[in-house]
Unconditional design. Sequence first.
Length: 143
Amino acid sequence: MNVVLCSLVLIGSCSAFEDLVPRPGPPNPSWALVVLRNQMHAFQGVIRSRNKHILPKIFNLTEGTDAEMDNIFDANRDLKFNAKSAHYVDLQEIHGYVEVVPKSLVRVFLKSRPSSPTGWIIVEMVKQEQKLKSFIDIDGQEK
């Protein structure tokens, strides 16, 4: 009798908590912007500290030489990055737009990388020629 009662209680409690388990599938779209903000914050921190150990883990380098890293540090030293919009392409890729203060708007491409401290790497940053307001709508979709 006790075994049957315990079994019923166990089954009932398991089904009650069933909704708390995350379901597989696409992540919440708003997380893409959170990930992009986090990645740009990490990138800015690496630039300010001139951390040559972490830079290749969060930013895709062409050559990986000290000279290339010094050029990246020098070119981005005085810039601030404000993530404006982002969306998941799939579970392993995010595309977004970042305002680079005081210069321009860039399109940023992230890929998932488990070995990165953030879990992501900046694959590419492409300068955009159009103004921020006319290029992005509130949902982060291209116009």
